[in-house]
Design a protein around this ligand. Structure first.
Ligand SMILES: Nc1ncnc2c1ncn2[C@@H]1O[C@H](COP(=O)(O)OP(=O)(O)OP(=O)(O)O)[C@@H](O)[C@H]1O
Ligand SMILES: [Mg+2]
Length: 251
């Protein structure tokens, strides 16, 4: 596909082509502004490409009803979408009409049930995105619960762990893996911790795919991917290596 934003003076994507087979995990990475989120917008028809086609099971997206597409492809956008409503409604909107036990099960699978149940008003707690009542990691787990409930076979995840601190990101990884299991997943991320699990990694640069392969292939190639990975090494070593101990509360 090729793509230019309406009114834009240059092409945001050019000659981008890839396939995700059923159940595969494809990871897309690259520098800020490379066009990664734009790919997610084409996959979910917030925009249509100006050249080429996006196809689902061989069918061009414009040939299927939009609600059919929404039913089969779930997007977790870079900015978590939160409704000014209760936690229950924020999860239930994944599948209107879901039963209470299904909502609770989705929250459990998303590792969100325990913190929700610990709130004085539990699932009836109202969320306002402008109050700091829930952390970024908690909001992300609510978004994961919503996607669990939606239960679509294809997932598009845009920066699911970016913006979270290391601990919050780690808490999101297990529910994310649970969500991805058995689903075709296209994950857009700067965070390369999950890259070894991907069937294929694509590196986007200035709207073009410059490298494709597994995490190990691309590291060995010593190009753009290896540089992106190297620039993260400082932080990922801090995540896994010995760390200074910080103790809070009584010893
Ligand atoms: N709605 C828009 N209208 C015009 N240009 C846009 C729009 N959204 C994004 N762009 C431009 O398209 C390019 C790619 O943006 P995109 O959001 O896809 O990048 P990205 O790779 O997701 O970056 P990041 O890693 O920061 O999220 C950028 O140059 C951006 O300024
Ligand atoms: Mg983006």
């Amino acid at each position: 596909v090729g793509f230019r934003y309406p009114g834009g003076d240059r092409r945001t994507l050019a000659g981008v082509s890839f396939t995700a087979r059923p159940g595969e995990f494809v990871l897309i990475t690259g520098a800020s502004g490379a066009g990664k989120s734009t790919v997610s917008k084409l996959l979910t028809r917030f925009y249509d490409p100006v050249e080429g086609q996006v196809r689902l099971d061989g069918v061009p997206l414009p040939a299927m009803p939009l609600d059919f597409l929404r039913e089969h492809v779930t997007l977790l956008p870079q900015e978590t979408l939160i409704l000014h409503d209760t936690i229950r409604e924020n999860i239930a909107c994944g599948r209107p009409g879901a039963a209470e036990h299904e909502i609770v099960q989705a929250a459990r699978d998303a590792a969100a049930h325990d913190f929700i149940a610990a709130l004085p008003e539990g699932y009836d707690t109202r969320i306002d995105p402008h109050t700091a009542r829930l952390s970024g990691g908690q909001l992300q787990r609510i978004a994961i619960a919503r996607a669990m409930l939606r239960d679509a076979p294809v997932l598009v995840l845009d920066e699911p762990t970016t913006g979270l601190d290391a601990l919050a990101a780690r808490r999101v990884v297990r529910p994310l893996r649970r969500l991805m299991s058995g689903r075709t997943t296209i994950m857009i991320t700067h965070d390369l911790n999950l890259a070894p699990d991907a069937d294929r990694v694509l590196v986007l640069d200035h709207g073009r795919v410059v490298e494709t392969g597994t995490h190990h292939d691309l590291l060995a190639l010593g190009g753009a991917y290896a540089r992106l990975h190297g620039s993260q090494n400082g932080s990922s070593q801090a995540d896994t290596g010995p760390r200074p101990t910080l103790r809070l509360g009584p010893l």
